[in-house]
Write a new protein. Structure first.
Length: 503
């Protein structure tokens, strides 16, 4: 696996509104402090498989990781972290302290850079991951005694600091198994930390370079505030690894992507933007926090900065690599710095939408409005606090069939194509934008709070394979990424709970 690391995002617009209202009565300096991610969210904890804040609201952190502090530590300072917070919108930063390769085992003074990162994060009000970055020394037990000493010191220093997260084994690899090697190691290190810090999140790496989260989920640790590291590189890892993640979530294991790259697993190759978008859509749907690899100017595709850029922030768009531009844009789309005006003006309404409803995301499998097939793709999200039975849910896609016999196929569904049923319904009175709808439903399954069905790819065509003209169909859009739309309606037990029916 590579030597490069990740980013952060927070979701709770109601709490953001509260914070902003309070800020209007404060001095500029005090107002700025009250809007920070830590000020808004406070002590993090685990609820089910979800990271939640001090009020129990779901939180998705997004940020970036340093490269190895022994090589690129000059990029880790208060000025650079402030810039990342204010310009990129990060909510978490990861301080990657390599143990081997000239890192802590050879030069323990590198921990001073970790402390610098933590102190800066405390002052700036962002979360910070203290990363014991094993890599070439693949078995965490190789330096277990050193790890115990290190985390004893860190937990003594920062046990009362709510923005600190401990990552106790970056990427176990080689002839290392979860039950024999990693889990016993994690039990010992967790015990050391908990003597000084009862509350802060601990993240445990999993076998096979932190990919075998499914195996860890079968024999989890007993600590209530432990999460499991999932690492991927978009050019190498795809659906099979997402399947592992889904298995772990179904087993109740909370996941945190503490490292991912837009490159292949070497840290180079690419940049693989389409595959990265597919991964980020998956993580957003599951509300899994993530950190991107990496903040450095190394000449490789996973680095966010171009060579010879400033070490202290102030980066223009031209200073950023393609990876850096993509990560900045991805974080800014979803952080508390970019709440819409409607979110801020109607916090109660937005809270209801975020926490007490189902919603539908849609993208067009084919953006061409004219063709002999329609390819709507769906993702249903449970934003509520209750478990929802899929058997109670139906979704309607509104369009013009023009009295032609319709045929349906489900090409792929994360929850299983065989779980999808359908029917076509002709309206009694044709509307300008629809004369029919496709209704899909489900044979079985549940949606836990904060989870989604994942991608459902459907396809329909006329019996005679004649052309459709979708440009003014009610539900059609040319979007090629999943987005929420009110033009696709969703019903629970026959009651409309999402979307607006055409009139």
């Amino acid at each position: 696996m590579t030597q490069f690391k990740h980013p952060v995002t927070v979701v709770s617009s109601y709490l953001v509104m509260v914070a902003l209202v309070i800020c209007s009565f404060l001095s500029p300096k005090a107002a700025a402090a009250s809007q920070t991610p830590v000020a808004i969210n406070g002590q993090l904890m685990i609820k089910g498989t979800q990271l939640v804040n001090q009020y129990g609201a779901s939180v998705q952190l997004k940020g970036i990781s340093s490269h190895g502090l022994q090589w690129y530590g000059e990029f880790v300072n208060k000025s650079s972290l402030r810039w990342l917070r204010d310009d990129w919108g990060i909510t978490v930063f990861r301080a990657a302290m390599y143990t081997a390769d000239g890192g802590y085992i050879d030069d323990p003074s590198v921990k001073n850079k970790v402390k610098e990162a933590v102190e800066a994060a405390k002052e700036l009000g962002i979360y910070v991951i203290i990363d014991w970055h094993i890599l070439n020394d693949g078995n965490p037990n190789q330096h277990k005694d050193k790890a115990k000493q290190f985390f004893k010191e860190m937990s003594r220093l920062y046990g009362n600091t709510p923005n600190v997260i401990y990552e106790i084994a970056n990427e176990p690899n080689g002839n290392v198994t979860w039950n024999r090697d990693i889990r016993p190691y994690a039990q010992e290190i967790t015990s050391v930390i908990r003597k000084n810090d009862l509350d802060n999140i601990i993240i445990v790496g999993t076998s096979n370079w932190s990919q075998d989260v499914d195996i860890a989920a079968e024999h989890p640790l007993e600590d209530d505030n432990v999460m499991y590291a999932l690492h991927f590189y978009a050019g190498t890892h795809g659906q099979s690894l997402r399947d592992k993640a889904n298995h772990a979530l179904r087993k109740g294991a909370p996941l945190f992507v503490t490292e991912w790259g837009t490159s292949d697993a070497s840290g180079n190759g690419g940049v693989f933007l389409e595959q990265s978008r597919e991964w980020l859509t998956f993580l957003d749907n599951k509300k899994i926090s993530w950190v991107n690899w990496n903040l450095s100017d190394k000449q490789e595709s996973s680095a966010s900065l171009k060579p010879s850029t400033s070490k202290t922030g102030g980066w223009s768009q031209s200073d950023l690599s393609l990876t850096g531009q993509f990560i900045k844009e991805s974080i800014r789309k979803s952080t508390h710095l970019n709440q819409s005006d409607s979110d801020l003006k109607n916090p109660d309404q937005n809270k209801e939408t975020q926490q007490n409803s189902l919603s539908v995301q849609y993208k067009a499998g084919d953006q061409n409005a004219n063709g002999n097939q329609i390819r709507p793709q769906f993702n249903i999200i449970n934003n509520s606090k209750k478990t929802v039975s899929l058997k109670d849910i139906t979704v309607r896609y509104w369009y013009k069939a023009k009295n032609k016999t319709q045929h349906f196929d489900c090409d792929y569904a994360q929850i299983g194509s065989g779980n999808i049923t359908h029917k076509f319904v002709k309206l009694n009175h044709s509307l300008e934008s629809a004369d029919s709808y496709l209704e899909i439903s489900f044979k079985n399954g549940i949606l836990e709070p904060g989870t989604s069905t994942g991608e459902i790819q459907t396809r329909l065509h006329n019996e005679d394979w004649s052309q459709y003209t979708q440009s003014d169909d009610y539900s059609f859009s040319k979007t090629n990424t999943f987005k929420e739309t009110k033009n696709i309606t969703l019903y629970e037990n026959g009651k409309l709970v999402w979307g607006i029916e055409p009139k």
